[in-house]
Design a protein around this ligand. Structure first.
Ligand code: GLN
Length: 196
């Protein structure tokens, strides 16, 4: 059985655990860096990216997560997790993990529409996906080998590059489990590849 971890320093952890379990994979809350080596894949949840970064640095996760990516293990960032994965952040001198070649804008849909839902067609995943946006970021620029998976009002809100997947919205908050199931498939495939 594949093991998928959810970084559990801060943010929307429990909902992801439930969503992972629904795919039949085993789900682990990751609180210590030593737990990463048990994993076949990792989810960086929504929450507050600046707080999460500070905690990641204090607990030694920042380099360890970069190593996980280098080993070929899939990583999925949702909302604040997407911000953590970007190589550049609008208006900030430094990015966080730099796992995907893309620039993001934070809280980018404005105050009036801080939270909303939309139905999106997500490439590889399916149509009419119920997407929940909460003070969501979006991707303002993506390198050519970043594959755009979903767009909302001309803004990129889901993307994939190698073993990294990200969404500006929260796929774990509804009963529509297709995105988590897609990530679990990525993890399953990579486990086979890494074992051969
Ligand atoms: N705006 C938050 C941040 O910058 C992300 C919001 C979320 O994860 N729901 O970290």
């Amino acid at each position: 059985m594949i093991k998928i971890g959810v970084l559990a320093l801060q943010g929307a952890v429990r909902e992801h655990i439930r969503a992972i379990e629904k795919t039949g994979a085993s789900a682990l809350e990751i609180k210590q860096v030593g737990q990463l080596k048990e994993l076949d894949g990792l989810i960086l949840p929504g929450g507050e990216s600046t707080t999460m970064r500070r905690l990641m640095d204090s607990y030694g996760f920042t380099d360890a997560i970069r190593d996980l990516k280098r080993e070929g293990k899939p990583i999925f960032g949702t909302c604040a997790g997407l911000i953590l994965m970007a190589s550049a952040i609008e208006g900030q001198a430094d990015a966080h993990l730099g796992l995907m070649d893309m620039t993001v804008a934070r809280n980018a849909f404005g105050r009036q529409v801080a939270s909303f839902e939309a139905k999106l067609d997500v490439k590889h995943v399916g149509d009419a996906f119920q997407a929940v946006f909460i003070r969501a970021p979006y991707i303002t620029e993506a390198a050519p080998d970043v594959e755009v998976l979903a767009v909302y009002q001309d803004r990129i809100v889901a993307a994939k590059q190698d073993n990294c997947l990200c969404t500006a919205f929260h796929p774990e908050l509804t009963d529509d489990n297709r995105l988590i199931a897609y990530f679990a498939e990525m993890v399953e495939q990579s486990k086979k590849t890494l074992a051969s």
